[in-house]
Design a protein around this ligand. Structure first.
Ligand code: NAG
Ligand code: NAG
Ligand code: NAG
Ligand code: NAG
Length: 437
């Protein structure tokens, strides 16, 4: 047994990983693509294009159980007339309910009314429970939707069924948006002062550096096209073992700061599903100065090859600009890696080939356990995706506290979560066994 040839171990690991990945993918088979569902339905083209532009489609697709209330082109065009993209994004989130409602369920609500959570509530921007939606069976057989804000009117009513994927995705047409005073008025990129907003978000050090180096001008130029800023918070600058930034040449400092920005619009939900190496403003081609994403549940981190930095909060999200804070400086291996590059491409001799099958929808983080085992099994530092320890959709971490319907949601997701974690456990055990061989 102890004499088992080395390469068998690799094969076993691979076989088990594929099995676990396939199992996890099967469990996750409920995953949907709202863009594809609405594609080719000419009455919702405007709604669909805003879902893509604001990337709310990524947020919807990562929800397991969801009802999307869509507006026709007519209703949509009057909604968007005077709104910024940040505001339209919030309107679309308000129309996304984190529970499954089909026509039958709408007409058989307990005591004719139910309160449910919207994607807007989940994003954490909602004041109180304004982001909850009250669904009520109105007189005359109409079903109305309104914000849970006091005195909100049931302006939005159910008009027809568009599509359903039983118990996971329901797409219904409604007459009007669900709004309340205060839904609109979020900061828009064109009206903010970058250094001011970074200061207020607890990123004073970073703000100071981008001004002193002049990089703020590059960011501002990029904001017109597409920019995702990954701003380290002030605590990140207090981390132990940080290189002395004052010793960097000004060219290297500029590169370091450019490394903290992506030339694309990638809010957190979109980062979560990003695959492979993501170019930064410092990237010159040939895969240099890229970042990779590791995610687990609602947690999203960026890996430089030298370390990971977690996305902490969203400061501004107004297509095509998003400003996120991160809890550590992003140190590119190209500048701080020392002599032997710490981020080689996985070689052909790697135990787990890069082509290992992975679940389609994400670049999941290996569980700490799996990661430890894998290190033992000598996989390269840029390891290919392992089966998810935890499906991104299932962690109710962002959910508002203490709401009955949220608990109901978690219960519903519980079974799937158990199945996914079973898959992860199988993978862990198998890796342990493989290491033993
Ligand atoms: C969803 O479908 C659209 C086309 O309808 C496609 O462009 C997009 O890549 C799909 N998204 C995912 C995550 O598969
Ligand atoms: C948009 O704003 C303009 C001027 O501010 C106003 O005249 C118009 O009625 C508004 N349109 C809508 C749909 O609110
Ligand atoms: C929904 O709103 C109506 C009217 O304001 C109210 O009577 C009802 O109690 C609300 N339903 C829930 C579940 O809060
Ligand atoms: C942003 O505000 C700071 C002061 O808070 C000011 O010095 C700077 O010029 C402003 N930047 C722009 C682009 O207006």
């Amino acid at each position: 047994m102890a004499a088992a040839p080395h390469h068998h171990r690799g094969h076993l690991v691979l076989a088990v990983l594929s099995l676990a990945a396939a199992f996890a993918a099967a469990v996750d088979s409920s995953s949907h693509n709202i863009t594809a569902v609405l594609d080719g339905r000419s009455e919702y083209t405007l709604y669909n294009s805003y879902l893509s532009e604001t990337k709310v489609c990524d947020e919807i697709n990562s929800e397991h159980t969801v009802t999307v209330l869509v507006l026709t082109n007519g209703a949509m065009s009057s909604l968007v007339a005077n709104l910024s993209l940040a505001e339209i994004k919030n309107a679309l989130r308000m129309l996304t309910l984190l529970d499954y409602f089909d026509e039958k369920k709408l007409h058989s609500l307990d005591s004719g009314s139910e309160l449910t959570t919207s994607l807007y509530q989940k994003t954490g921007q909602a004041a109180g429970n304004m982001g909850h939606v009250n669904i009520t069976d109105l007189r005359g057989g109409k079903v109305g939707f309104a914000s849970a804000a006091p005195g909100a009117k049931f302006q939005s009513t159910y008009t027809k069924r568009v599509d359903t994927e039983p118990s996971t995705l329901s797409v219904l047409e409604v007459s009007d948006p669900i709004t309340f005073p205060g839904l609109f008025g979020s900061p828009s990129a064109s009206s903010v002062n970058l250094t001011d907003i970074l200061d207020k978000a607890g990123c004073k050090q970073f703000a100071r550096l981008i001004v002193s180096s002049g990089v703020v001008k590059m960011y501002q130029a990029a904001m017109d096209k597409a920019l995702t800023l990954l701003a380290p918070n002030d605590d990140a600058f207090k981390a132990k073992g940080l290189p002395d930034l004052s010793k960097l040449s000004s060219a290297d400092l500029v590169t370091l700061l450019q490394y903290h920005a992506l030339p694309q619009y990638a809010p957190k939900a979109s980062l979560k599903v990003a695959k492979g190496d993501i170019p930064t403003l410092a990237s010159t081609g040939a895969g240099k100065y890229g970042l990779s994403v590791v995610s687990s549940g609602d947690d999203v981190s960026l890996d430089t090859g030298l370390g990971k930095s977690r996305v902490a909060s969203t400061v501004l999200d107004d297509t095509p600009t998003v400003i996120l804070t991160v809890d550590k400086l992003l140190l590119p291996s190209e500048l701080f890696g020392g002599a032997p590059s710490p981020a080689p491409a996985p070689g052909p001799a790697a135990d787990v080939p890069a082509s290992a099958p992975a679940p389609e929808t994400s670049a999941p983080a290996p569980s700490p356990k799996a990661a430890a085992k894998k290190k033992k099994a000598k996989s390269p530092s840029h390891s290919p995706p392992a089966p998810p320890a935890d499906s991104p959709d299932l962690a109710p971490a962002d959910a508002p506290e203490g709401d009955a319907e949220d608990k109901a949601d978690s219960k519903k997701n519980g079974a799937a979560a158990a199945a996914v974690s079973l898959a992860a456990t199988v993978a862990c055990i198998a890796l342990a066994v493989a290491a033993f061989l």
